[in-house]
Design a protein around this ligand. Structure first.
Ligand code: ZN
Length: 280
């Protein structure tokens, strides 16, 4: 898959805007959308070295760009309060941190009713203990931090198929409200190969109570991607994958209503809408 060949410069934000009659915005990946579940792009200005930026909760942020213009990418939790927010930025270790403000606009997500096996909603003591162990493990996986990626952050769609716009839906399982849907579901038959959307390293694989067979990838700078409900996992923790390499196959493991890929994209330990990273 020819990824991001459209951007001549490494950072599309710096590419000259098209000079045709229909003047197009230069392509930005991820697309800016400062709402709960979206990504805010906060301009940090010029600096000789990549500034360090953190959320108000002290989680490191992915900073992209070059010495002419740096930008912090801020993943906004679905549970975030709308209105004024801020990040902390430091040009170098010697400099004091400065506070940069940004605004989170409201976005209304619809409600979705789902029917699943009762044991996946009202957990037995044993299943609850398993889930809690897995949640603690996932927290460690999500805290992975490696150097930021060098290239553009456009992602390839991991599986061809009908993409639901179900990110952010407030979900009600068997009549009981649960966490909102924090990924993109792509409909595909069991056995369909799932491809890495960007170069990266496999940082976790496992069979989890809700997510079924799962693969996590680290793309650097806190940009992680997650693949759930797989029928088969074809990689191991530590494997380095190039864009397009197969990591597993679509399935229906875990809490699902049928075979599909659940695709999660994470920035600063926050699940954000994968649609902001792909050509739609
Ligand atoms: Zn899903």
């Amino acid at each position: 898959m020819a990824l991001a060949a459209s951007a001549g410069s490494a950072w599309p934000a710096l590419a000259a805007a098209a000079s045709s009659a229909e003047k197009r915005e230069p392509e930005l990946w991820p697309q800016p959308l400062a709402v709960p579940g979206g990504v805010a792009r906060v301009a940090l200005g010029p600096a000789p070295e990549r500034p360090r930026a953190r959320t108000a909760q002290d989680v490191p942020l992915l900073v992209v760009g070059d010495m002419i213009a740096w930008t912090a990418l801020v993943g906004i939790p679905l549970s975030a309060q709308t209105g004024a927010s801020h990040i902390e930025v430091q040009g170098s270790a010697a400099e004091p941190a400065r506070r940069l403000a940004f605004r989170i606009a409201p976005k209304k997500y619809r409600e979705q009713q789902l029917k699943v096996p009762p044991r996946t909603v009202d957990l037995s003591a044993e299943d609850m203990a398993r889930y809690e162990r897995e949640r603690d493990h996932q927290k460690e996986v999500m805290a992975t931090w490696t150097p930021p990626p060098a290239g553009p952050l456009q992602l390839a769609v991991p599986v061809p198929g009908r993409r639901s716009s179900s990110f952010g839906l407030r979900r009600v399982f068997n009549g009981q409200p649960r966490n909102p849907h924090s990924g993109m579901d792509i409909a595909a038959a069991t056995g369909t190969p799932v491809h890495a959307p960007l170069d990266g390293q496999v940082i976790d694989t496992g069979d989890y109570f809700f997510n079924g067979n799962t693969v996590w990838m680290d793309h650097g700078g806190g940009l992680l991607t997650m693949y759930c409900h797989l029928s088969r996992i074809d990689v191991r923790t530590g494997d380095r994958l190039a864009t397009g390499q197969v990591l597993g196959q679509v399935g229906a493991t875990g809490r699902v209503t049928g075979p599909h890929l659940h695709w999660g994209v994470m920035l600063n330990r926050t699940m954000v809408d994968p649609a902001l990273f792909i050509e739609t």
